[in-house]
Design a protein around this ligand. Sequence first.
Ligand code: NAD
Length: 483
Amino acid sequence: MRAQPKASHFINGAYVEDAAGDVIECIFPATGEVVAKLHSATPAIIEQALESAKAGQKIWAAMSGTERGRVLRKAAFIIEERNRDLSILETLDTGKPLSETLYVDATSGREALEYFGGLAGSLTGEHISLGQDWVYTVREPLGICVGIGAWNYPTQIACWKGAPALACGNAMIFKPSETTPLCALQVAEILHEAGVPAGVYNVIQGYGDVGAALVSDARVDKVSLTGSVPTGRKVYAAAAEGMKHVTMELGGKSPLIIFDDADLDNAVGGAILGNFYSSGQVCSNGTRVFVQKGIKEAFLARLKERTEQATMGDPLDEATNFGPMVSANQMNIVLGYIDKGIAEGARLITGGKMAQRDGFFIEPTIFADVTDDMTIAREEIFGPVLSVLDFDTEDEVMARANDTEFGLAAGVFTSDLTRAHRVAAGFEAGTCYINTYNDAPVEAPFGGSKASGVGRENSKEAINHYSQVKSVYVRMGDVEAPF
Ligand code: NAD
């Protein structure tokens, strides 16, 4: 098998196997070929991971922030050196084209390790003067953090959760999605090669039940999930039972508004980036594209022309820029939504079918004349299906854009400066874009509002979600007691 790891799990600084666990097949989505077979964690494996994390965290937290940061930056350097191999593995795991993975996945993981490695030495508390008495605060790690990943960005998610957690002095147990189990093991191996003590970053495989067992364990202090809203509700509720800290990075149905004064080609480019990158399997995608009526037909014509230039093919060929769905299951879900779009009266502009080739490919698909009540305008599809809706006025489109349970992202294209900021201010979403779409630099907070999530990843904000503040009151004079 082409991508078989040394063993299924990475615990206490070493690969570990327990063949008693359910089999997890890792399938290359471009061919359907099984590239690796792993095992889901048994209770014994979960126990090993928790105990090693408990011991490792104490050693790690006793090191200075500068020392921890040096190790994280060294891991970033190793990732950079191995970018091509890691990118090929990401492509085998997810099916995303190498033309993307070479520039986005290990690269984004490396940047998170660099950024939080840089911050680790500067995490401090504060001094609060109270006359002659005073309070000082100490920023402390939470303890054991559990990271649970989705399948669309396995390396990035493993690093976006691991880097801030480790910078703050926590240990992490990361459970990748059962659909993409391979990449996080490489992250664990590299972190240990860079000098992270055994037990500080563990990876265990499994389906939802393994995630649930971790979330409900009393030794776990924090849970960070990237996944769908229904899973988020379950995990958040289970974490609340144990009063644990949470970060929830969930789904979306984000609006992208294009006013008739926008630069047409930039707006089309934004819609393509916000719908077809990673074959549409991106949580923040702007899948409801609201186009002002005056430019609707010109926009559709240009969008169709450019979309039909996508090069679908073997994701390992760098000339390919459009890959398959991650799995047969995801392909069937997306095809079901396309059928619904047609049945509910949306106008199919291009695509709409499986590609005539092996693997789980769906053509990039555009619908026009989509209305707010159609299923394809309300539910997250998580595939290459772009819906164009039209509008007349700013007030009208803002009300419609915000009329959703989700609040992950939102974007606007316009050349009117004041309107751009007014629209951004009015969006009910955690991550907004003006004249661009789907950028996610590590320096900026990323996350959702409403049903799309709780907490933020990346940036200095993430530090608040992986640490807690202790206040220490210091009295300089005598204690005055009533008796
Ligand atoms: P999913 O919700 O099916 O699974 C996510 C993870 O949760 C998997 O690892 C799964 O094994 C685990 N899980 C399932 N049930 C669990 C339980 N009861 N307890 C603990 N863990 C459990 O999501 P998916 O299909 O892997 O990913 C797609 C979804 O993720 C989409 O909705 C997408 O929008 C979202 N997503 C969000 C972001 C973000 O940053 N906001 C990023 C990527 C993906």
